[in-house]
Write a protein that binds this ligand. Sequence first.
Ligand code: PMP
Length: 783
Amino acid sequence: MVTAIRMSDVNEMGLDDVLSTAPPALPAEEAAALALELFGAEGTATAVGSERDQTFVLGGPRPAVMKISNEAEDPARLDMEARAAFHALAADPGLAVATPWAALRTDPSRGPAAYRASIPSATGGVHQVRMYARMPGTASVDESTLSDAAVSAWGETAARLGRALRGFFDPGASRAVFWDPQHALALRPLVSAVADHRMRALIERTLDRYEAVVVPGWSTLRHQVIHGDLCADNMLVDDDGVITGIIDFGDMSFTALVVDLAAVIESLVSGRSGDEVLRVARMAMDGFERVLPLEPGERAILGELVAARSCAASILPSWRSSMYEDPEAFAAQYHEDAFELLKLFDEMGFEDVARRLGGREPGTMVAFDDLVGRRANVLGSALTGLSYAQPLHIVRGEGPWLFDHEDRRYLDAYNNVPVVGHCHPRVTGAIARQARVLNTNMRYLHATVLDLAERLVATTEGELDTVMFVNSGSEANDLAWRIAIAATGNSGGLCTAYAYHGVSETTTWLSPEAWSKGARPDHVETWRPPDAYRGLHMDPSEFPSAIARLAERGHAPAVAILDGVLTSDGILDLDPEYVTACVDALHRAGGLWIADEVQGGHGRTGDAMWSYQRLGIAPDFVTIGKPMGNGHPVAAVITRSDIVDRFAETTDYFSTFGGNPVSTAAASAVLDVIEDERLLNNAREVGTYLLARLLEVKADHPIIGDVRGMGLACGVEIVTDPASKQPDAGAAERIINGLRQHGVLVGTTGAADNTLKVRPPLVFGRAEADLLVETLRDVLTGG
Ligand code: PMP
C-alpha cells in the first residue's frame, strides 16, 4: 500500500525543496520574447524536459538554451553554478562545460549574478532566467547503445570534471541533494511512496546495506564540490557517444568525489543486464582512473553508491508523480532500470559486486580450505613445498608484518626481499606512478634506468663501471657466467658446498643445494667454507684444492661465485683474509669472482651496502636481485666494461623486461628508502642487539649449539646436544612451526637444515627483536 507523505516530513529531512515545488510552465512564445528582451537571443523557443526548472532550446542565429528556474530556487545557488562552470573551464579548458551568457543591461560588478535576470512568477515570487550557449551534440542518447570507447570516455570526463572542480568552493554547495548518496538514508520515509512491493523490499534491503557498510566510512572518502548528477540527462554527446557538453550543474553539492563516477555508471548501465552491467561499470572505472586513480575505500563501496542512486531514481518519481499529469507513466519510466539494477545487485550480493569491481583486496575473497588442493592441482609437483605444517594464507603486508586471511598478524623474520618493509609506500607509489605513465624497454632512451645504473656503480666504490639489468637473481648469475666464459675462455665454476645461486640451467649447476642425488656437473667444483663452530675446514687450502680438482677434470675456472653471508650453507661469518686469499687464487688461475649479493646485499650486514665490502675484496661481478625491488622483480649485474667488451665481441644482449622503467623506479625508490631511513645503521644496531639476545637464549637452552650473524642475517644452529654438536633438523623444524603458531616467521637453512634462518626486513626494530627472542624462548620451553 502506498502511504501519503506529508510535505512537512520531507522538509524536515532538509532535502532540497525545489523538488517539492512544481517547475515553471511558461508558454513557448513568452519564452522566446523573454530570450530576446533579457539576452538578445533571437529565435523560436522549444520546451525540453526538465525536472526542477523549465528549459527552452532557442533556434536562432546564435543557438542557445534558456533556463527559467523554479521559484523555490535560491539565486545564490544559480550563482554557484555559474562560478563552478567558469572555474571548471579555467582549470581544464578542454572540458565541454556549458557556460552562461551575461544578461543584457547587467552590471558586471554583480559578479556571477550578472549571468541571470529575474522575472516575476505567477504566484508573486521570482524566477531567475539564464541563457547558455548551445553546445554541439544531441541530448537524447540511449546509454545502452554506447560503445566501450564512449563508456570509458564518460568515466574519464567524470574524473576530469572532478579534478577541475577540486579547488572550487562555495558555501551553497553544502546542501542536501536528493540524488546524492550522502543522503540516501533520508529517503527512508519516502520509500512507502513506491507502489511495487518487490521494489520497496529491494530498496529497503539496499538502504540497510548502505547504512551498515557505507555510512560508517563516509567521512573518510575524498570530498569536494562535484557536479552531482552526471547522467545522460545532463549531457550532450556526438555521433560516437562521446560527451560534447555538460549542460546542467543544478545538482552540485559538497560530497564524495566518487559519487560522480557512481552517477555515470548508474546512467551507463541502464538498459543493460547481467554481466554486461559490471563489465560496463569496469570500463567506466577504467576511464575515470586514467585521470584519477580511485582510493581503495572508494572502489569498495562503488556498487552501494550506484545502488543508492537507483533507489533515489525509483523513490523520487514515485513521490513526485502527483505533480505530473500522468503520474504512473512518469514513475514507471524511472522504475524499470532501477528495479533491474537493484535486483541484479541483490541477487549477486554486494560483496560479489565489490569483488567484480575490483573493490576487495586481491586474494581475500577465496575459500582457504580449497587453496592447498588447487595449488597442487595446477602448479605441479616440482614446485617447492609450502612453508610450515599448517600453511599460511598471507593476504597483506606492512613493514615487518604479514597478515593472514583472518587478519592474524605475523612478525616476518624470514623474508629478506621486502628489505625496506612490506609494501613500503615509497616503493609501491613509485611503481604505480611509473606504471601509470610508461613501461617499455631498454631499446628506448629513459633516464630512470641511467640514474639507477650510475647510482649502483657509485655504491661499489671500485673499478666496476657497467650495469646490466635483468629480472631475477638467477638471470643475473646466469648472465655473469656467460660474460665470464666469453671473457676468460675458461669453462669451470667454483661455489661453496651447499650454495644456491639460481634456477636456470647454468646456475643450477652452481647450486649444490639443488643438485639431485648424484647429479654432479663435471665443470663445477665445490669448496667447504670454514665452520668456526665445529672447527672444520679452517684450512686455507680448501679453495685452491677445489681449483686443482677442477683442473684435473680439464677445466680452468671461469668463475667462482660466493654469497657473502653464505645463506644456504648455514649463514656463516667469513674471515676477510681467508676470502681475499681465495680471490687471489682464483685470479691467478684466470677466473673471475662473482659476489652474489642477492642475499647479503642492500645493506643486510649493516656494515656496507654489499656484503663483499666487509670482506675487503674487489669482485669482478656483483650480482643483485631479491631486495632490489622490495618484491618487484628486478635484478642486475654490476661489472667492468673491459670484461663486458670481450662478451660483446661474440654476442649482444637484450632482456625484454630488464631495466624497464617501472622496475627501475622501484629499485631507485628502494635505494632512497635505505638512505632516508638509515637502514644500514638499523641493520647493524638491531642486528647486534638481536645477536646478543639470542646468545642469552643459547645460554639457557643447550639445544642451541651456535648463534652467529652479520647485521640482520642471523643463524641459530640447533643441535642434539652441545657436546656432539650433532645437527638436529627435526628439532629445528619443530621450532619454526612452533614460532609460526605463535605468530613469528623464520625458516631453516644449511646442509643439514638445522639452522634457523633469521633474515627479516631491515626495518626490524628492537621491539621486534624482543618479540622474536621471547617467542623463541616460549617455544623452547614448550609454552
Ligand atoms: N643467489 C642467491 C644467493 C640466492 O639466495 C638466490 C635465491 N634464493 C638466487 C641467487 C636466485 O635468485 P632468484 O630466485 O631471484 O632467481
